[in-house]
Design a protein around this ligand. Sequence first.
Ligand SMILES: Nc1ncnc2c1ncn2[C@@H]1O[C@H](COP(=O)(O)OP(=O)(O)OP(=O)(O)O)[C@@H](O)[C@H]1O
Ligand SMILES: [Mg+2]
Length: 352
Amino acid sequence: MSSPHHARPPETSSDDGLRLSGLSKTLGARTIIDDLDLTVHRGELVSLLGPSGCGKTTTLRMIAGFLPPDAGRITMAGRDVTHLGPDKRPSAMVFQNYALWPHMTVAKNVAYPLRLRRLPRAQIAESVDRMLELVNLMHHRDSRPPRISGGEQQRVALARALVQEPDVLLLDEPLSNLDAKLRVKVREDIRELQQRLGITTVIVTHDQEEALSISDRIAVMNAGRIEQFSSPAELYARPATEFVATFLGALNRFEGGFDGTRIVAGTDVVGIRPESVSFTSEPRPGALRASVERVVPHGHFNELRLRREDATLAAYVSGTPPLPGTEGFASVDAALLYRDGLLVPSTEAVSA
Ligand SMILES: Nc1ncnc2c1ncn2[C@@H]1O[C@H](COP(=O)(O)OP(=O)(O)OP(=O)(O)O)[C@@H](O)[C@H]1O
Ligand SMILES: [Mg+2]
């Protein structure tokens, strides 16, 4: 709920694609969304990233107009839409399960929102064809959704949203039904289209790699609040909270302190990215003797589980990995330090 001492963001501007201020929602007896602020610039792609149940879909449904907020305001392109229904907002949503009509052809599915608006037939046909060309589905114009692939269905759902020429495009886990390879292709297609058309876009995902690869900025959510809202690079290099550091990317985590090269006694939490750990056969300044306990292949790189005198450490290495049992030296180039869950700024990770 909004508290009196909580500073509100400045008034909305027409440069904003989308602005949420003080958004709150209680469902049952639980506060699901708690005084949430978020500004998405016009033409920007923002991901809502967070664990299951943190309130991503609830937020998206409020933005789209399917769920009324208990408190707060939603503006699109500077216009207050808080009390408008979904069809009165300049937004379109792609649902997680696509929600296509199985008995209608692909073209009829895409035409549906325009028919609801009672646009002239010729105009509808033209828009539908343009959209189907855009998403490369002209050849499936007259197919029915159950007869086309998951990736194609996903593109139909996207076309049905885009045909409405929304100012704001909302996508709820649009790629979760696709296999790994298709997911990468379709997310690149979505990003390319979104940039070409300059549509303000919010994508809900719990896949960090997906969020990191296509977003201008990512809002990391935890228990109905935004923990951090930053560019992918910033989020990774300087996770503002321990939650963000642990949620995004892998982390060696220790109780203690860090003196620049090694973990020392202390009461903070030290987080070390596996890519900040090196393993060499020759000693280096600050390096400690270590041995390779295990090698875990990750495809294009390997993870070494190293036993050092003060800890077990994961390290990512490229090239041919050393064999388990190899003795050498492990050094730590950078660490993140958290006090009471918040980043201690002087120890921000520097890329090694
Ligand atoms: N109608 C409802 N009544 C009570 N609780 C609800 C209702 N809808 C959602 N919730 C609860 O609100 C919380 C947030 O749900 P939401 O669907 O927004 O999560 P999410 O972040 O999208 O998760 P996921 O990644 O699993 O899709 C969950 O704990 C959910 O059980
Ligand atoms: Mg959800």
